[in-house]
Design a protein around this ligand. Structure first.
Ligand code: FAD
Length: 385
């Protein structure tokens, strides 16, 4: 389907696709097997200006929007979700600075993010704070002109590899959800170290690590926004990044679909290609329809966000929910089309199926997305009364 992309958007798609074809596809199985962080690929991504896609021109970026980010993420995900998770989590970690940072903070950090000199991570989750982000226990105590951080963050993407961390911590326990704040913490700060690196089912080239803060002192100016705004910063950040998770879903589904189609044309049983069987044809038709529906929703929501509307919570949750459920279904069905071959590591689809599962979990599980959408619908209905 033609989405009437501009020349520039087509160029972004083509550059991302070229990186995928030339740099990612040849090594994705090895990166997965060895759980190796894709540094070489990230360097190429940076050289192609893709790290600064969504960052304003005054800070060295290209000043593009959510649609351009979605296009780039989709193309990288078509090749490897481990790599695209590294890329998308870099944006996730940057949004707090972009949306709530001071001009000084932006000048200090954004140019290095654009050039790829410093990667970013976003740290909200803890052992007792998953879906219930209000359960954050990491504290940031004000002492003179500094904050002192104590606590442990869990399952942080780009953990250990990133140089810049946007971290949510409690500054005033008595205020509940209004008592959290967000901070920038740089790698190498005394009292900040890394714990366990996770051994995962999928997206194995993406680093997932524990962050440990033990009397970690940071300057007072490292707060993002004001004290007490931590959850507003985190939720607004997720509003922006969730469309990108939807785009990851579209990309991995597209990759699995293409592998299934090419297999179905080649594989012969009962003296004919399996693509001649109606059972296979119907699966392929359903997969293609679901992918197109997911892409349409992701692009529409991206355009909606780029129009400048303020309240995007429901729409970005819808894009994430729908496209990532499609990704799971399509990757499972693509493997089924390929039979036993699909189950083997010689083909990319078993990895795509393992990788796709995370999309229904991170940045808020799909149950939580349904809660978010339902809450928005109920609020809208109440306003209409
Ligand atoms: C590979 C990976 C990378 C990650 N990267 C990051 C990162 O970079 N930064 C970061 O901060 N976090 C990160 N996370 C954390 C991720 O966002 C959380 O895992 C996710 O939000 C879910 O939390 P949980 O795993 O603790 O599940 P839980 O909250 O324990 O949920 C368990 C189950 O209960 C359901 N459930 C919980 N509450 C409700 C409810 N109210 N209604 C209905 N169902 C409910 C959930 O949907 C789920 O099915 C990452 C996680 C993984 C696995």
């Amino acid at each position: 389907m033609d989405y009437f992309l501009t020349e520039e958007q087509v160029m972004i798609r083509d550059i991302s696709r070229q990186i995928s074809e030339e740099k990612i596809i040849p090594v994705r199985a090895e990166l997965d097997e060895k759980e190796e962080f894709p540094w070489d690929i990230m360097k190429v991504v940076a050289e192609s200006d893709l790290l600064g896609l969504f960052i304003p021109e005054e800070y060295g970026g290209l000043g593009k929007g959510t649609l351009e980010m979605s296009i780039a993420i989709e193309e990288l995900s078509r090749a490897c979700l481990g790599v695209s998770t590294t890329y998308a989590a870099n944006a996730l970690g940057t949004y707090p600075l972009l949306l709530f940072g001071t001009d000084e903070q932006k000048k200090k950090y954004l140019p290095d993010i654009v050039s790829g000199k410093r990667l970013v991570a976003f740290a909200l989750t803890e052992a007792n704070a998953g879906s219930d982000a209000g359960g954050v226990q990491t504290t940031a105590k004000r002492e003179g002109n500094e904050y002192v951080l104590n606590g442990t963050k869990q399952w942080i993407t780009n953990g250990g590899e990133a140089e810049i961390y946007t971290v949510v911590a409690v500054t005033d326990k008595s205020k509940g959800a209004r008592g959290a704040s967000t901070f920038v913490v740089e790698k190498g700060t005394e009292g900040f170290s890394f714990g366990k690196k996770e051994n995962k089912m999928g997206i194995r080239s993406s680093a997932t690590r524990e962050l440990i803060f033990e009397n970690c002192r940071i300057p007072g100016e490292n707060i993002i926004g004001r004290e007490g705004m931590g959850f507003i910063v985190a939720m607004r950040t997720l509003d922006y990044s969730r469309t990108g998770v939807g785009a990851q879903g579209v990309g991995v589904a597209q990759g699995a679909f293409e592998a299934a189609v090419s297999f179905a044309k080649e594989r012969k049983q009962f003296g004919q290609p399996i693509s001649s069987f109606q059972a296979i044809q119907h699966m392929l038709a359903d997969m293609a329809t679901q992918i197109e529906a997911a892409r349409s929703l992701v692009y529409s929501v991206a355009r909606f966000i780029d129009s400048g509307v303020k309240n995007i919570t429901k729409e970005s949750a819808m894009a994430k929910l729908f496209a990532t459920d499609v990704a799971m279904k399509v990757t499972v069905d693509a493997l089924q089309v390929m039979g036993g071959s699909g189950y083997m590591r010689e083909y990319p689809v078993e990895k795509m199926m393992r990788d796709a599962k995370i999309l229904q979990i991170y940045e808020g599980t799909n149950q939580i997305q349904r809660n978010v959408i339902a809450q928005a619908l109920i609020k809208e209905a109440a306003k209409k009364k």
